[in-house]
Design a protein around this ligand. Sequence first.
Ligand code: FA5
Length: 350
Amino acid sequence: MNEKIVNLKSQLDAELAKVENAADLEGIRVAYLGKKGSITDLLKGMKDLSVEEKKTFGQEVNILKNEVGELIAAKMQELQEQAIAKEIASMPDFDISMPANMERGSYHPITLVQRDCERIFKSMGFTVEDYSEVVTDYECFESLNIPKHHPARDMQDTYYLDNGQLLKTQTSAAQNAIYKKYKPALVNEGKPIKAIFPGRCFRNEATDACHENTFFQMEGVMVDKNISISNLIFFMKTMLSEVFQKDIKVRLRPGFFPFVEPGFELDISCLICGGEGCPSCKHSGWLELCPCGMIHPEVLKAGGIDPEEYTGFAFGLGLTRLAMMKFGVKDIRDMNSGNLKSMVQFTDNE
Ligand code: FA5
């Protein structure tokens, strides 16, 4: 066997015997197998060999390369096992022979519908955005065409922080930031803004079977040239049929929100009582689920977008209520109860 190969191998053995942690081991891996590593150097040196020598030497280097990879992987395993053993030894009360607690949890119903909605909208080209729960008055109200002292604020009382910020009452609070973030791509590259942003909302209000003070919404916006109500209706229909996987009764009626014009309330027939009327739907047979509308020109302007050139739609889906309907949860307050038994019964099969 080539002398260089033999030397390299014994050098590696010596280094591996001394290594004590994963970071040093990674250093060794790079020194041997990296782009500028010793084995790569050996391969580079082959250009000066005869055809016959190249064949033998090449084979030997490849064998060495595999061997080095295996030795490093084995050493990594050994180091990991040592680390676990050390951790266990440092916990005198840890009894590894104790049986594991077999009570299984499950994903929360809201997480499940949120993921479902994200999957559906992603497949239609929407990006998923995350946004803060603490926002400014400008984000939550003013940028949405709700100036100070506007009566629309009365419907969304919330929790204020000493610094004047507040816990967001609606996921619409992220609209302004989303428009500003994606406006350059819209104007310079002609890429429509298509985003959804799920999030937790807070309102200071009395609770009942379909109202909580802490609940989830998922906002969606689309802005481009020539966006119309038909686009909005298409996306709403697709979302509902994908989430429920069956036909459900919906109704669209006029709704007032200062940040859309025209605005709509999209209600679904209550799936708890089949539309007969029950506490979950305030005995009306219908549940307000997803208000929506065409984005108000003032809101586009606040986001730096020219409303003469671009139009768009926005919707605010009540994710917690959607989860209630999908999983047959009669009282929204169960959703925040932290009661594992109560939640698992709805989602055990997921
Ligand atoms: C809004 O919050 C608007 N931002 C929605 C919107 C977005 C309209 C974009 C137009 C364009 P509203 O307050 O109606 O609207 O709440 C929207 C949905 O959130 C409701 O239909 C309901 O499903 C859910 N929701 C509202 N308040 C509560 C609550 N207290 N508990 C549980 N779900 C709620």
